[in-house]
Design a protein around this ligand. Sequence first.
Ligand SMILES: NC(=O)c1ccc[n+]([C@@H]2O[C@H](COP(=O)([O-])OP(=O)(O)OC[C@H]3O[C@@H](n4cnc5c(N)ncnc54)[C@H](O)[C@@H]3O)[C@@H](O)[C@H]2O)c1
Length: 326
Amino acid sequence: METKIRKVFITGGCGFVGSYLARELLKQGFELLLFDAFINFIDPFESNYQFFLKARMDGLRDKVRIERGDIRVQKRMQQLMNEWLPDATIHLAALPSAKESTLYPTEALQINVDGTLSVLEGVKACGSVKRFIFTSSSFVYGNFKRDIADEEHPTEPIDVYGGTKLTGEILTRAYAKQHGFEYVIVRPSAVYGFGDCNRRVTQIMIENAMRGKPLVLHGGGRSRIDFTYVTDLAGGFARALTAPAAANETFNVTRGNARSVREFALEVKKHFPSAELIEKPSDTSRPERGTLSIEKARKLLGYDPKVDIEQGVAEYVAQLKARGPK
Ligand SMILES: NC(=O)c1ccc[n+]([C@@H]2O[C@H](COP(=O)([O-])OP(=O)(O)OC[C@H]3O[C@@H](n4cnc5c(N)ncnc54)[C@H](O)[C@@H]3O)[C@@H](O)[C@H]2O)c1
């Protein structure tokens, strides 16, 4: 039997992933409260944050409840949870990237660890939450020791971001066990699509190509990454919310097929044939990654990602051309 869930409290719900997840859950008939501090860690002269925020929330704002608040400030969040009494909480709010977590380690710790603790305290105190979903990352694995990493792969993060996400996982399991609610841990990887403004490699490449700037390949673009299209991830979260077999489990939720950064760049070049590819030295601060096994998610969640980079890049480019900043 599916866990009965109707009202879902989503931290970071107005972010890139949150906005796609909100659309998916609305389609499925859930009632949503998006709790968000509206924070972005990219240079404000570069990020176009307000533009992308508005584009993401287009058509959503009148269908959900949106509350401004910071997960680190317990009182406000607690009041909302006690009053609204959610059946489930999906915790997406974070300092969401490795590069910026290394730049701002104290904030990464405050938001990703103290903030997660604060959300868990809120869930514990309000007493209505049956299932808590924590958004982790493939960065918890550190350097992949095997070509394909399943959920049993050792978790040995090599940076602040991976460390904070692993700590969040540990706190999630401890609170769920001690206070009697179900948890699900979701580990995404390299999510891409229209609306992202965290200047990840995917966004940078496509926007550079659109502006006639070169596409930079560190280390020849040989790194292999499990690029995941955002609608596939949103579908995975939706399954994690209700699938009975998801309870108290950890899942890789990715495309399940790593592609090289060079392949991604060549895909972008198909849409911008004059784009120039240039090489720079390897970026040794990032873990060596690869494919994440999604067999467990397929089996227990019925997760079935559909979008390869060929289709994902085409959709991303089309949307940026139609709806992106001019
Ligand atoms: N996008 C990816 O490639 C990727 C990969 C793995 C994991 N993740 C995780 O997925 C989640 C969502 O990432 P995203 O790409 O949508 O990032 P995003 O920056 O677009 O969304 C994060 C949202 O959290 C909000 N937020 C940040 N700090 C907050 C705070 N203190 N209180 C309340 N709200 C706060 C932001 O305002 C933003 O709306 C994050 O937890 C991230 O670590 C993302």
